[in-house]
Design a protein around this ligand. Structure first.
Ligand SMILES: [Zn+2]
Ligand SMILES: [Zn+2]
Length: 269
């Protein structure tokens, strides 16, 4: 079934981005004048920022950890020597996902931005950081034969009381830009679980066990999935989602997150 939806990144991310950006910007600029995606201040015509989404001041704070070396497997910050087999944070973890790409570290300005994203009015901020993520990882994403973009789901009660999901908005942005089909309801969270933030890391890993499933009847045989979330900490959520995707036949899962945390403060995934 997914094969019918498959779309390649034939023109490269640059071309896809420009085409998709026209559509996206057309919709966004209709509602908002050009402004910084974070502080909503006017964007100067000339900027030293490498992104067109943020003013120099906001970009300086948000991108502070952008160029820090990250583990190819779990995206934790590491030393300068990249090891495809993992880092001290993940070497003993049996993750069911293959790779994690991050925008930055969950700290300082990016942490504050991620907390703001939890609210419904932050679509522009999510989109701005989503575009910046794509700029950062263009080469890596072009090399992945992505078939579907899938957001990490929430349970029915979370959806009932708050229809906004930053993971869902982010997945929408990346699906448009990459021209890879979005599957917003493919994954389901089938039971409610205590908030990860209230649990110690060792319990977080078991709290979500078998909490996710793929929609009945879906065959993902051979598919490569881009699994999307705003923040990753222990990797427990991404791991359980990946388990469900693999049980439905997916052969490769790439996790994309805006921020990688290390288990402190409000981290919840
Ligand atoms: Zn700004
Ligand atoms: Zn690692």
């Amino acid at each position: 079934m997914w094969q019918n939806l498959r779309s390649t990144i034939a023109n490269g991310l640059g071309g896809c981005r420009r085409a998709a950006e026209e559509v996206w910007r057309g919709a966004v600029d209709f509602a908002y004048p050009p402004a910084c995606a974070s502080c909503l201040g006017d964007l100067p015509a000339e900027t030293s920022s490498t992104t067109t989404e943020f003013c120099d001041s906001c970009w300086k704070g948000l991108s502070r950890t952008l160029d820090m070396p990250a583990c190819l497997r779990c995206a934790a910050t590491i030393g300068p020597n990249l090891n495809p087999d993992g880092c001290p944070m993940c070497r003993n973890e049996h993750y069911r996902f293959d790779r994690t790409l991050r925008f930055g570290v969950y700290d300082d300005d990016l942490r504050i931005a991620c907390l703001r994203m939890k609210h419904g009015g932050a679509r522009r901020l999510i989109a701005g950081l989503g575009w910046a993520f794509l700029d950062r990882h263009a080469a890596s994403l072009n090399a992945e034969p992505l078939d579907l973009v899938v957001p990490v789901p929430r349970d029915w009660k979370q959806r009932f009381f708050d229809s906004h999901s930053s993971a869902a908005v982010l997945a929408e942005v990346w699906s448009r830009a990459l021209k890879v089909p979005l599957a917003p309801d493919l994954l389901r969270k089938t039971r409610r679980t205590p908030p990860q933030a209230r649990l110690v890391p060792s319990i977080r890993r078991t709290n979500l066990k078998n909490a996710f499933t793929v929609r009945r009847g879906e065959d993902l045989t051979g598919a490569t999935i881009l699994l999307v979330d705003d923040v990753m900490t222990t990797g427990a959520t991404a791991n359980e989602c990946s388990r469900a995707l693999r049980e439905a036949g997916a052969t490769r899962v790439v996790v994309g997150v805006l921020a990688r945390g290390l288990g402190r403060r409000e981290l919840n995934t």
